[in-house]
Design a protein around this ligand. Structure first.
Ligand SMILES: Nc1ncnc2c1ncn2[C@@H]1O[C@H](COP(=O)(O)OP(=O)(O)OP(=O)(O)O)[C@@H](O)[C@H]1O
Length: 316
């Protein structure tokens, strides 16, 4: 038994009439409970991949398995195992928040439809209240038409709806697109809480690279091909050096000392000393009194940009 909840092998998508393959023979897997981020520039193939995995778009060839079910002949089972939050909200604005959830739950065959919340079974009512608490939607908002709710609230409601059938995998396609910084932060708070509480696997595509900083694994897709798959830490280590940012009142003396010690440095606003192991060794050698000491830890975004730049140079 494999503990992979998503397995993709040699996946190809050739849109009708397109000149090149949008997905060009990609393979990757995601373990149960993992937070997996799928990153790439515009047009790289993220939405195409996520649409195939969530059964909303047909593939040209390849094997896709979700929660042990084969996309080719078990797509109905797959739909029951996944929750989806799309780039564009897909709520019915005329209905109340709770009605949106109720229709969804009944569509999934979890409950028989009843015309009011009160007439729905207790298990449904309890689940709605439990999830409303997790995503911090108050009871009044639940029974309000969606059109009266803010963008952030609607996103929370979508999370609630995607979780009502307790999926194994939650697919998030650019979930924070169009949200302000505060709503982005609170949305992530709820997603993390959901991970902790339910152990759900998260498959994320995003333009905000910082949102993938805490991912267990990151795959970068470029021109329909997987460019690299790795943990954010490994990706950063393989591409970037940590930097020491230093300066001194007597800058000339510091520059002279670094040169004499053969320590590579860059003169910027301060003096940047790239290092790979420990900064201790560098400090131990310096006699000049320092006025600035900072350590710059590279962010995933730095590694991502470096990686795409390198690839462009190689391919040019
Ligand atoms: N319906 C379609 N017909 C033909 N080509 C398409 C279709 N949809 C997408 N493509 C092409 O497939 C490629 C991948 O597009 P896709 O939307 O999956 O990229 P993406 O990484 O999600 O981009 P973005 O971040 O801009 O949403 C692009 O070259 C795009 O032009």
């Amino acid at each position: 038994m494999t503990d992979n909840v998503i397995e993709v092998k040699n996946l190809v998508k050739n849109y009708k009439g397109a000149k090149k393959l949008s997905i060009d023979n990609i393979s990757f897997s995601v373990k149960k409970g993992e937070f997996f981020a799928f990153l790439g520039p515009n047009g790289a193939g993220k939405t195409t991949t996520i649409s195939i995995l969530t059964t909303t778009l047909g593939k040209t060839s390849g094997i896709v398995k979700i929660a042990g079910f084969d996309l080719d002949n078990e797509d109905r089972e797959i739909r029951k195992k996944i929750g989806i939050i799309f780039q564009k909200p897909s709520l019915d604005k005329q209905l109340t928040a709770e009605e949106n959830i109720r229709f969804h739950a009944c569509l999934y065959g979890m409950f028989t439809y009843r015309p009011t919340f009160k007439l729905m079974p207790k298990t449904y009512r309890d689940k709605v209240m439990e999830l409303a608490k997790v995503v911090d939607i108050d009871v009044d908002a639940l029974f309000n038409p969606v059109k009266n709710l803010s963008g952030g609230m609607q996103r929370k409601l979508e999370i609630m709806r995607s979780l009502i059938h307790t999926p194994d995998v939650l697919f998030l396609d650019e979930p924070t697109q169009g949200l302000d910084a505060e709503s982005r932060r609170s949305l992530w708070k709820y997603i993390n809480e959901i991970r902790d509480q339910f152990g759900i696997t998260i498959f994320l595509t995003t333009h905000y690279i910082d949102e993938a900083e805490n991912a267990d694994n990151v795959c970068i897709i470029n021109n329909g091909k997987i460019a690299t798959c790795s943990s954010p830490e490994k990706l950063k280590k393989s591409l970037l050096k940590t930097q020491l940012i230093i300066d001194a009142e007597n800058r000339d003396a510091l520059i002279r000392e670094l040169s004499e010690l053969d320590i590579p440095f860059i003169i910027d606003k301060n003096i940047i000393v790239p290092y790979s192991k420990s900064p201790q060794k560098i400090f131990a050698q310096l006699k000049t009194e320092l006025s600035v000491i900072k350590i710059h830890e590279p962010m995933l975004e730095d590694a991502y940009i470096e990686f795409l730049n390198k690839k462009d140079k190689i391919e040019a």
